[in-house]
Design a protein around this ligand. Structure first.
Ligand code: SF4
Length: 701
């Protein structure tokens, strides 16, 4: 029988950016069940991950003691070992010894090779306070801006386009605004799988009469609810969106009053889209011209149209261009700045918005204050009580660039907290070789991840329900996650570990409660200035920007102006740039990577959650049934998938949703780590890799 909970702890879900509030039911030091709470983003709803993805915290493989690599254990061999035996290459150590080796070692590398010889990856799974202190440690303790996290792999291109076009990288309207929209355009996203509770609000909106336009190369579950589904050919986003804008301009549907009063650069955009008639683009994107015209008219003329997009848009070498087109579409039609309109890049991790806000990115301090902007460095130096000359005035290296710098010999030491680049980076064999080449790798995590395999020192950290902190969801909603249980064994809270390392890097930090970190952070972040810890404790959630303590928060932004120097948004035209690696005779198919409903990113948590693992236990490749039949593979049969960079074996699953010639593979399975195959080619603006397109070959057996 299920135990009766002794305590009920209000918190938020540790997985996706929807930010559902939940209750942990706790018995002793164990979570026994989870229930939905009435939070602003979920009103009691939870998906299968939020509801059942909690017992990873009690998994026997939790790290409970600091570990140090044995002297006779070469890193190159570790990756190929049986996972059950990898622990043998490490020995247990005291915290004192592990911290001395980690912090002292990083300090020595910095002193011997200069401050750019170190880099750090934080995590969008951590709290705002952890992100803030982590970037402060890198900037003041390492002395460079070499700090990044998985936002680089998720929406970096969207953010680049948004900052350029409208002056803010966050969403303009919350997900819940779909209930006020007349038209909802979902492109390059599969919310049923990746933002499940958001998908339920979209379905509720459709039930009330909202028209859903779904654009994606894969025919996702939302298609059942869509007014039109445009299953366009992979990699043809710009062609499709420019054709829609062509119709809007040519048919006089543009909102000229909005364009005149609130934007710049219309003429260049209109001239550019003039070349992209639906008739010319139809063969390219595989959507007939009349359908393109229909959805363009519908989007432009509705009382309120809202765009939601995902990584199908962002993870391309032209990801920034894709997002530029979506921004232009909204500006062209005045579909922004009111409830039920706007631009919503659906954030992946539960705190990817907050970690970015808190400065866990190489080009900006907290609140997107550029490291190169005059006066900014001085302001942070003063607040942090360090000489301005100590802070680097050049942007640091991004996630993929760090790997290149390691192999080129310029980065020699790394501190990785809660990220798993050995699984999540593109061309993962290359990334693993880079991690193995480091003089010193310090990994802070809750499990022996594939990245930790390559560590010199492993610091056992706290799981989500073992600490208190703030998390910012996709709607810019800052919410409080609360400590429900204690970390196991000698595992410690992440904030404590960061502070201990800071001391060993020569920093004189004295933080008591997490609220002190929050308070320092909000004083340096104008958008969070009005959010006090007391307010969060009382209300559980406040939406930023919130400039003053009496301010109610701002769910819908850009109602009057855009946060750019002249207050106006900017059109940026885009032209078609092909994917970096196109199919050919040797590698004739396209690989698209992504997620499954039951698993989260590299799988380190959900594959150790009993129910979720039981639902999806094995690596799968989703392939159109006709493609499978041509290969002579029966569903469930083993296939080998290969690209120029590597190969994996997995089980074939017949999938009507996949386009012919494309293979979809989730990236959570270590035994078939699909990022060994992906291409590390980067979008030049957001520096995001092209996870959504590379050439592969599929074979039976
Ligand atoms: Fe958690 Fe996202 Fe599911 Fe909500 S929709 S329960 S935040 S994974």
């Amino acid at each position: 029988a299920m135990a009766v909970p002794e305590r009920q702890v209000p918190s938020v879900c540790p997985f996706c950016g929807v930010g559902c509030q939940l209750t942990y039911n706790v018995q002793g030091n164990r979570i026994v069940s989870v229930e939905g709470r009435d939070g602003p983003a979920n009103h009691g709803r939870l998906c299968v991950k939020g509801r059942y993805g909690f017992d990873y915290a009690h998994h026997p493989q939790r790290l409970t003691k600091p570990l140090i690599r044995r002297a006779d254990a070469p890193k190159s061999a570790t990756m190929a070992m049986d996972p059950a035996r990898v622990l043998e290459v490490f020995r247990e150590a005291s915290w004192e010894e592990a911290l001395a080796l980690a912090g002292g070692g990083l300090a020595r590398l910095r002193d011997a090779h200069g401050r750019k010889a170190l880099a750090g990856f934080g995590s969008a799974k951590g709290s705002n306070e952890e992100a803030y202190l982590f970037q402060k440690l890198v900037r003041t303790g390492f002395g460079s801006n070499n700090v990044d996290h998985c936002t680089r792999l998720c929406h970096a291109s969207s953010v680049a386009a948004l900052l350029e076009g409208i002056g803010s990288g966050a969403v303009s309207n919350p997900v819940m605004d779909v209930l006020q929209a007349e038209v909802v355009l979902v492109i390059g996203a599969n919310p049923t799988v990746n933002h499940p509770v958001a998908a339920t609000w979209i379905k509720n909106a459709v039930k009330q009469g909202t028209k859903l336009i779904l654009c994606d190369p894969r025919r996702s579950e939302l298609a059942r609810h869509a007014h039109r589904t445009l299953q366009f050919k992979p990699d043809t986003d710009v062609a499709l969106l420019n054709a829609m804008m062509h119709v809007i301009v040519a048919e006089g549907l543009a909102d000229q009053a909005f364009i005149a009063s609130r934007t710049r650069g219309y003429e260049a955009l209109a001239a550019n889209v003039a070349q992209y008639s639906p008739e010319a683009m139809a063969p390219l994107c595989g959507i007939d011209a009349e359908t393109i015209r229909h959805v363009a008219r519908l989007y432009a003329t509705s009382k309120g149209s809202m765009i939601l997009w995902g990584m199908g848009v962002s993870q391309h070498v032209h990801g920034t261009d894709n997002a530029r087109c979506l921004i232009a579409l909204a500006l062209l039609t005045g579909q922004i700045g009111r409830p039920g309109t706007g631009l919503h890049p659906l954030r992946g991790q539960n705190n990817v918005q907050g970690a970015s806000d808190a400065g866990l990115i190489p080009m900006m301090y907290p609140d997107y204050q550029r490291v190169t902007e005059p006066g900014v460095r001085e302001r942070f130096a003063q607040a942090w009580n360090v000489p301005a000359a100590l802070l680097d005035d050049q942007p640091g290296l991004t996630v993929v660039e760090v790997m290149e710098a390691i192999l080129a010999g310029s980065v020699k030491g790394m501190y990785i907290m809660g990220e798993n680049p050995a699984m999540s980076d593109p061309d993962a064999n290359h990334a693993r070789a880079a991690l193995a080449a480091l003089d010193l790798l310090v990994v802070q995590d809750i499990f022996l991840t594939e990245t930790a395999y390559l560590a010199d020192v492993i610091l056992p950290a706290s799981a989500f329900p073992e600490k208190t902190g703030t998390f910012t969801n996709t709607d810019r909603l800052v919410q409080l996650g609360r400590e429900a249980i204690e970390p196991p064994g000698e595992a410690k809270q992440d904030l404590w570990i960061i502070c201990q390392l800071a001391r060993r890097l020569g920093l004189d930090w004295n933080y008591g409660h997490v609220a002190e970190v929050f308070d320092e952070m909000r004083r340096l972040m104008p958008s969070m200035a009005g959010i006090t810890w007391q307010r969060l404790e009382r209300d559980g959630a406040v939406v930023h920007p919130c400039p003053e303590e009496q301010h109610p928060g701002t769910p819908v932004v850009f109602t009057e102006t855009f946060p750019r120097p002249d207050g106006k948004a900017r059109f940026v035209p885009a032209d078609i740039i092909p994917a970096n690696e196109r199919p050919d005779a040797e590698y004739p198919m396209v690989l698209i990577t992504g997620r499954q409903l039951e698993h989260w990113h590299t799988g380190s948590m959900t594959r150790r959650a009993t129910v979720l693992d039981a639902l999806e236990p094995d690596p799968v490749a989703l392939v159109h049934p006709l493609d499978l039949a041509e290969l002579g593979v029966v569903p469930g049969g083993v296939v080998t998938l290969a690209s120029r960079r590597g190969s994996v074996a997995l089980y074939a699953r017949a999938d009507e949703a996949s386009p012919r010639g494309a293979v979809f593979v989730p990236f959570c399975y270590y035994e078939a780590a699909i990022n060994r195959l992906t291409n590390a080619a980067l979008d030049p603006f957001g520096k995001i890799p092209e996870f959504k397109y590379c050439a592969v070959r599929l074979a039976a057996g």
